[in-house]
Design a protein around this ligand. Structure first.
Ligand SMILES: Nc1ncnc2c1ncn2[C@@H]1O[C@H](COP(=O)(O)OP(=O)(O)OP(=O)(O)O)[C@@H](O)[C@H]1O
Ligand SMILES: [Mg+2]
Length: 371
């Protein structure tokens, strides 16, 4: 799957841009504030129904405009073409269309257009709250295993109901434990899906990281959200009275986490900034690679490639991305920073952003000059 046509209208400074990306490598360059990140933001909107920069839709809809629109034509398996469109209005309403028909939920977008983002903010995967890492695991598990989404939705619903009962108070331990059976059944399922996914991801992550750097030695540690020596039933029974006292559910898959550790401790405290970026990039590439190997292509968005990386590591990252042979959008302020030699057989298109306009550049890259 790749985007063959992309139209973005009224997203930040992008008045109206339309272009035909390469199914392989797309380089987008332009000065600060020209709109490079906004293009990636538009693609991300179409996949997730939300931006990666802000949860407030009003910030990415162009000032003084009522709505923004992103439209893409995808070339899917068997060369079928799929059109996808998203319209987000200032009043908060969202209209998602696939092949002209209204979609039931934004999940349908993610299924058709899986997008993986590597950007300067990617550090948040290590330094942010566990919620960000759970989202990372859940995104991968969702694409990896068809059964996950239903278990996850059911479990979320049961958890919300339990927390609302606890907030209202006046609930006995026995009533709560009766209510918990369904929550535990679904919570166990969610946990199994996540564990299975993480077990599959780990060796792929380690081999991708080894290709990026031979000096970083880390391991992934998944924690399920309760004492690993206990069943969820026992752990919930033990915390039931305290849950009633404090008014919410303390343990369970909602507390799961995935930490990256070195021998000296948490990766966040022991690795340099550049090394952390390599670890996060390896996690994201591994996630993408796993999907690709399952026959589910995806689109990589790499915003501000040079940030934090030296020339050697930039080149290694580009080599890994190129080898995945999927569609990539890479942004950079300076074209010269792309000092990687793309293979002669890779379709590399270089687009330049200038004052909100996007044009295909005639500029040739080092690799292409060798032809
Ligand atoms: N809601 C909005 N309406 C109009 N313009 C906006 C809005 N939000 C941000 N902008 C402007 O859009 C422009 C594009 O920003 P963007 O972050 O995409 O640029 P960029 O090319 O990625 O820059 P950099 O190289 O600094 O990362 C900026 O000039 C910004 O001030
Ligand atoms: Mg930017």
């Amino acid at each position: 799957m790749s985007i063959v046509r992309l139209d973005i209208s009224k997203v930040r400074n992008l008045e109206q841009i339309s272009f035909s990306p390469s199914p392989q490598v797309n380089l987008i360059t332009g000065v600060n504030g020209s709109g490079k990140t906004s293009i990636l933001e538009g693609i991300h909107l179409l996949s997730f129904g939300r931006s990666f920069r802000s949860h407030k839709h009003k910030t990415y809809i162009q000032h003084e405009e009522e709505e923004c629109v992103v439209f893409a034509q995808l070339k899917a398996k068997h060369n079928d073409f799929i059109s996808m469109g998203l319209r987000r209005s200032r009043d908060g309403s969202i209209d998602v269309r696939i092949q002209g028909k209204k979609a039931q939920s934004v999940v349908e977008l993610a299924e058709r257009l899986p997008v993986q983002l590597i950007n300067p903010d990617a550090f948040r995967l290590l330094e942010g709250s566990p919620k960000i890492r759970r989202q990372f695991i859940d995104w991968g598990t969702f694409h990896f295993d068809n059964g996950f989404i239903n278990a996850w939705r059911g479990w979320q619903k049961a958890l919300k109901q339990r927390n609302s009962l606890l907030r209202r108070g006046k609930i006995s331990t026995s009533l709560l434990m009766a209510f918990d059976q369904e929550l535990i059944r679904l919570g166990d399922k969610v946990n199994q899906y996540r564990q299975n996914y993480t077990n599959q991801l780990t060796p792929i992550f380690l081999s991708v990281l080894a290709e990026l750097s031979d000096s970083i030695k880390v391991r992934l540690v998944f924690s399920q959200g309760w004492d690993a020596t206990k069943s969820l039933t026992d752990a919930m029974a033990s915390s039931c009275e305290r849950d009633i006292d404090i008014g919410y559910t303390q343990i369970g898959p909602q507390r799961a986490d995935l930490r990256v550790k070195t021998d000296a401790g948490d990766a966040l405290d022991t690795l340099s900034r550049g090394q952390q970026k390599l670890v996060v990039s390896a996690l994201k590439i591994a996630q993408g690679k796993m999907l690709i190997e399952m026959g589910s292509p995806l689109v990589f968005l790499v915003d501000d490639l040079p940030a934090e990386l030296d020339s050697q590591h930039r080149q290694k990252l580009c080599a890994l991305l190129e080898a995945l042979n999927n569609q990539i959008f890479i942004t950079s302020v300076e074209p010269d920073i792309m000092d990687y030699t793309w293979s002669d057989t890779t379709d590399v298109r270089h687009f330049e952003m200038k004052e909100g306009e996007l044009s295909l550049s005639e500029r040739r890259f080092a690799g292409e000059l060798n032809e």
